[in-house]
Design a protein. Structure first.
Length: 418
């Protein structure tokens, strides 16, 4: 059946997957896949893969006649496992999922190529994200580093950057569509530009170029940053560009030096303290979040205590915690493993500390006036990405001035600023 309706998409994982789902929605519509159910998977943990398989089975029970297409990182990593599922009609790789011609080929049950063979990034333009107040703009994909726990280089390939003029054009298009906040996203944002022939740019230089070229953009936000690769231009932009929002989410993973070394991370505990001190000196109102892994192989209780103490001393505002998940084919999967119950217990303790830190940060914002991006009726986020419940009416997508008068559970309470 050919239809101009968009396919229904179920998205797992990162912001980049969410953005690519919008590309699939547009290209899938053009390819006549309006009857299809597309599952865009994540492979960062075994639990993410399990959830995707569970969702596929549920979709088949709910929609026995509709074709199910599986794509994304888990499909790229292990296409044969998904193709053997009786519920699945087609499996499409990460590169192929953005190609309208491949999406249109209903006779091709398995289309998964080598992601490392894609020589350049040419991300299709999108005009927004369905139902979201902020939009994402992809600047790169892939990763050239080989952290011992990470399967992403296998599923996404090497780092490849989008040309800066194309990124500027994408951001301008989003602003013309009414978006007041754009998030730059990628797998390894700080590696941006290293592969661009003749115009090697850093992530910081890209940020400054976007803000100069699109002066009508009120807010620019960054997705996860590698603390080992934040360049001088990005610090300068933080200090000098008020439209670059004061929230950095860092890929820390741990705060013990031996664990970081065994992870093959490129920063130390001291590096993180120095980075955050420098950023706060340049922009005192900045807040920080972090990705963290609990129970990495060989992690002792004392090493884990270093991470707990580190995030507390840094006063982080937001923690995104994973219990370590061994991924076949990675060096960490061959290391001596921590029992699963211990991993999960440490993750619970780290999440509890994260809630305490988040509440402390929210309390520190009471009394301040913030420009809040309204996401849904009565709710939004301040520049530091903290959620705000508004006690006045405001249209989703608008930016309003609100005075923070208190906190409730995991959010601030904002009244209209005089």
């Amino acid at each position: 059946m050919t239809t101009s309706q968009p396919p229904e998409i179920i998205t797992f994982g990162c912001r980049l997957n969410a953005l690519e789902s919008e590309v699939i929605r547009a290209t899938g519509t053009a390819a006549g896949l309006g009857d299809a159910l597309v599952v865009n998977t994540c492979a960062v943990t075994a639990e993410a893969v399990r959830q995707a398989r569970q969702a596929i089975r549920k979709l088949r029970r709910q929609h026995p006649a509709r074709p199910i297409i599986v794509t994304g990182c888990a499909a790229q990593l292990d296409p044969n496992t998904f193709s053997r599922m009786p519920e699945v009609d087609r499996v499409i790789g990460n590169r192929e999922k953005l190609d309208a011609a491949i999406l249109a080929r209903r006779d091709q049950a398995l289309a998964v190529g080598d992601v490392s063979a894609q020589p350049a990034m040419d991300q299709p333009l999108v005009d927004g994200l369905d139902g979201r107040a902020r939009a994402f703009a992809q600047v790169q994909t892939g990763c050239d580093h080989r952290c011992t726990f990470c399967i992403v280089p296998t599923t996404r390939g090497p780092s490849r950057s989008v040309a800066p003029d194309r990124i500027v054009h994408q951001v301008r298009l989003l602003v013309e569509r009414g978006y007041r906040e754009v998030v730059l996203t990628g797998i390894d944002l700080c590696s941006y530009g290293a592969d661009l022939n003749g115009e090697r740019l850093t992530a910081g230089q890209l940020v400054r170029q976007i803000l100069r070229a699109v002066p009508e953009l009120p807010r620019l936000r960054l997705s996860t940053l590698d603390p080992a690769a934040i360049d001088a231009d990005l610090f300068a932009a933080l200090a000098e560009e008020p439209r670059l929002l004061p929230y950095w989410h860092l890929s820390l993973q741990a705060m013990d030096d031996l664990v970081l070394k065994r992870m093959r991370r490129r920063h130390s505990r001291a590096d993180v303290f120095a980075l955050i001190e420098r950023a706060r000196r340049l922009r005192p109102e900045i807040a920080f979040g972090a990705d963290l892994i609990a129970g990495f192989p060989t992690e002792t209780e004392a090493m884990f205590a270093e991470t707990l103490a580190g995030v507390t001393a840094l006063g982080l505002a937001r923690l995104h915690v994973f219990p370590y998940s061994p991924r076949e084919g990675t060096p960490a999967a061959r290391m001596p493993q921590i029992p699963r119950a211990v991993r999960e217990e440490r993750a619970r303790r780290l999440r509890t500390r994260g809630l305490e830190l988040s509440r402390a940060f929210l309390m520190s914002r009471v009394g301040a006036v913030a420009q809040v991006l309204v996401e849904t009726e009565g709710r939004g986020r301040c520049p530091q990405f903290a959620p705000v419940r508004l006690r006045f009416e405001a249209a989703p997508g608008s930016i309003v001035a609100a005075r923070m008068v208190g906190t409730e559970d995991d959010h601030l309470i904002g009244e209209r600023a005089a």
